[in-house]
Design a protein around this ligand. Structure first.
Ligand code: AHG
Ligand code: MN
Ligand code: MN
Length: 343
């Protein structure tokens, strides 16, 4: 007997019709995002044959060198999404301001944010990369659309996910009732549900952090990693393994699959910046996915999803993954704060 496997389309139709969880416009939006990700996946796969490798010779608003694929992925997401009538505006890591749906198309009630190509440094070395997205509703009560409409905490997200372009292309999605994974069937051209109700184990023996920044870390992060490195002889009484892929999508995908803790904490290299990763289109969608899978996501002190954003490209310290480990690192930060306040 063959197992019936649902397509993403059927999954979304059932979320709309049977569960009443998503309105038709949100269903359409998610279909369109998936279609754009499919196109990006094909472009990524072409590699050197598709003239998609290398630098574009430009910089984004954050002063990062743009790769050709950063720009291709950004344009693909905009072109796919601007005409369907489901969106009011988009915001992206690769664009300084918001992109309002042009007047020639109907305006919908949703806002889409994305990191079109996450893990850019991995493009040219043929290592997994991805697209991250987050969907909000446009606030009601005032005409027009402004940057400030996007400045909503992560708790307000109505859908979030990522697509990983690796040995397989997999779309990972939440609409607030758990996490599901869909593998791209390249022959059929559709995403097929391959894992439902994804759960992150509460405990782990695997951490992900860029160790080359160790000398710049804050004391609580140092303490946590030091204890992990002491292995069976240390206070944790067990050996830890380390992984760092340098694309958040890939590290989060591993954590959703087998557990782990991911950290990109604030450090002393650029002390005025709260972190490297971006709140609106990296930390919030990934934080929500991890929470929906039973994990935890904080900035060391506060739940990421409750942070009130003040700007579109805001950065944040990120600690997410297996619940008990994230709780431990967060406790170390809070303990250090208390000791500091008493001193
Ligand atoms: P992006 O390619 O969208 O700029 O994001 C890269 C991010 C994230 O995906 C990854 O975890 C981190 O940067 C890697 O940073 P380091 O190179 O400093 O390790
Ligand atoms: Mn990124
Ligand atoms: Mn990016």
């Amino acid at each position: 007997m063959t197992v019936r496997r649902d397509s993403l389309t059927r999954y979304l139709v059932e979320k709309q019709r049977v569960d009443g969880r998503i309105p038709p416009q949100l269903r359409l939006l998610l279909e369109v995002v998936a279609r754009a990700c499919k196109r990006i996946s094909f472009a990524v796969n072409k590699g050197e044959l598709g003239e998609v490798m290398g630098s574009a010779g430009s910089e984004n608003i954050q002063g990062e060198v743009q790769k050709k694929l950063d720009i291709i992925a950004n344009e693909t997401l905009i072109e796919a999404n601007e005409w369907g009538g489901h969106l009011a505006a988009m915001a992206s890591e690769e664009m300084e301001g918001i992109y309002v749906v042009p007047n020639r198309y109907p305006q919908g009630e949703y806002l889409l944010m994305f990191d079109p190509l996450d893990g850019s440094s991995n493009i040219d070395v043929n290592v997994s990369i991805g697209t991250i997205f987050s969907v909000l509703k446009k606030p009601e009560g005032h005409p027009g659309i402004h940057d400030s409409d996007f400045l909503q905490p992560g708790t307000q997200q109505v859908a979030a996910g990522y697509c990983i372009y690796g040995p397989q292309t997999t779309l990972v999605l939440t609409v607030g009732d758990g996490v599901s994974m869909f593998t791209l069937d390249r022959e059929q051209g559709s995403f097929i549900l391959t894992q439902d109700n994804v759960k992150v184990p509460e405990d782990t023996k695997e951490f992900a952090i860029n160790m080359s920044n160790m000398r710049h870390w804050d004391a609580p992060v140092k303490r946590y990693i030091d204890e992990c490195l002491q292995g069976t002889e240390g206070p944790r009484g067990k050996d830890f393994n380390m992984r760092w892929i340098a694309s958040m999508v890939s590290d989060v995908h591993r954590i959703l699959t087998r557990g782990g803790i991911f950290m990109y904490p604030w450090d002393k290299r650029e002390p005025h910046k709260p972190g490297k990763l971006r709140l609106m289109y990296e930390a919030n969608p990934m934080g929500w996915l991890i929470e929906q899978a039973g994990g935890m996501a904080t900035n060391g002190r506060q739940r990421i999803l409750e942070i009130e954003p003040t700007q579109l490209h805001e950065r944040v310290s990120v600690i997410l993954g297996s619940k008990n480990e994230v709780q431990r690192v967060t406790d170390y930060h809070l303990e250090a704060d208390r000791a500091c306040a008493q001193a």
